[in-house]
Design a protein around this ligand. Structure first.
Ligand code: XMP
Ligand code: MG
Length: 363
């Protein structure tokens, strides 16, 4: 696939690099999650047969589904990176689970117990030392559950609002109000000679947008867009479920989002907006979970950086609940892990082995 020179470590190895990736891949088997090394009996392990991919772990299949939804091209375990040699022999290599060619990014998923994740982190550090030009991110079990919770897993249940599901408050109503006022002042100054169109991405943003718009002192119009929710039963890729009322050609557009995590949603929306030829297009995000970013986004205004945890309140929901909390808080991981476990077992039954999007090498 790629040139062998791409793999040459920055520090000269003491011996020759193995001539093919195949050798490296064989060594990489030691890198596997021990819990995942024995595949369930109904799961085939020979990858990329007949243009289909059989995954070593159901979480990988689920992640592939997520990428497909966002029409992000991916390749499964395409490359093994040599890490360590001993007496002329390659003794350690690293094979990230996914490569996203459009973003030049490798993603390693690990569903191992937290205690084993430390070892994985060490491996990634080693990888970054030996191959500093390769971008690779690690998603742990917890990151992963959060990611999927954000994508709307679980059915709507508005019969209860248990306080016991809340771990801690991150930002109080006053802290949020102060920061929104600052953002409003900053935007008013930047657009001092212009009027603007605020476009909010439904639904969570309505709370933020209503407050922000009142803190902006320039003339402005408001419009909304919505991205169709991903469902377990539907393999349709991402799409807008509403269109704009306003014609934004030649307008100064400020895209408003409540929270951004991977950046996949905003990236999709921004592409659509750019095609409508606004005079300018900037992004304002209230809560930025930057640690989890997969795709670089041009975010001009950020309210708060939030830690890598699933948050609810001030418009943000979990299964449609908690939007009306006036503060932002962290939901206990057990809450979404519990629901996600149920969803995942469904997907396993469906045996997701969908072919890659976009015709990447899948022979
Ligand atoms: P990304 O940037 O990953 O964001 O495309 C996708 C969507 O996920 C939701 N999201 C969250 N929702 N608490 C939420 O209530 C969270 O911590 C969270 N993280 C992501 C959000 O709707 C965003 O548009
Ligand atoms: Mg959202």
């Amino acid at each position: 696939m790629s040139d062998i020179d791409d793999l040459r470590p920055a520090i000269s190895p003491p011996v020759a690099i193995p001539p093919t990736y195949v050798e490296a891949a064989a060594v990489a088997e030691t890198d596997r999650d021990p819990a995942a090394s024995a595949p369930p009996p109904d799961m085939e392990i020979s990858p990329r047969r007949f243009g289909r991919v059989a995954f070593a772990h159901p979480a990988e299949a689920e992640f592939a589904r997520l990428l497909d939804f966002y029409r992000v091209r991916w390749d499964y375990e395409p490359t093994s990176f040599p890490l360590r040699w001993d007496a002329g022999r390659l003794v350690e290599a690293f094979t990230p689970d996914f490569f996203l060619p459009e973003h030049d990014l490798y993603v390693e998923l690990t569903t191992m117990k937290q205690s084993l994740v430390t070892r994985k982190h060490r491996k990634l550090r080693h990888m970054r030392e030996v191959h500093p030009d390769i971008r690779v991110v690690l998603l742990t079990r917890r990151d992963y559950d959060e990611l999927l919770a954000g994508m709307g897993y679980g059915a709507v249940n508005i019969t209860s609002l248990p306080e016991s599901d809340i771990e801690r408050v991150l930002f109080s109503p006053v802290e949020i109000a102060d920061r929104v006022a600052e953002l409003g002042a900053e935007i008013s100054a930047d657009y001092a000679d212009r009027s603007l169109v605020l476009i909010g991405l439904l639904k969570g943003v309505t709370f933020f947008l209503a407050d922000l718009a009142r803190a902006v002192t320039r003339p402005l119009a408001i419009d909304f867009l919505a991205v169709a929710a991903r469902t377990d039963t539907n393999d349709e890729p991402v799409r807008l479920s509403t269109s704009l009322d306003l014609d934004i050609r030649g307008q100064h557009v400020l895209m408003i989002e409540d929270i951004t995590t991977t950046g996949l949603t905003l990236d999709f929306v921004l592409r659509r907006l750019r095609a409508l030829e606004p005079a300018s297009l900037e992004v304002c995000v209230l809560f930025d979970k930057r640690e989890r970013r997969l795709i670089d986004l041009p975010v001009r205004y950020t309210g708060f950086s939030v830690p890598n945890a699933f948050v609810v309140g001030y418009g943000l929901d979990y299964r449609q609940l908690y939007r009306n909390l006036p503060f932002l808080c962290v939901l206990k991981p057990e809450v979404y892990a519990r629901d996600h476990a149920a969803a995942l077992s469904e997907i396993n039954r469906a045996d997701y082995t969908r072919a890659h999007q976009g015709g990447l090498d899948c022979e």
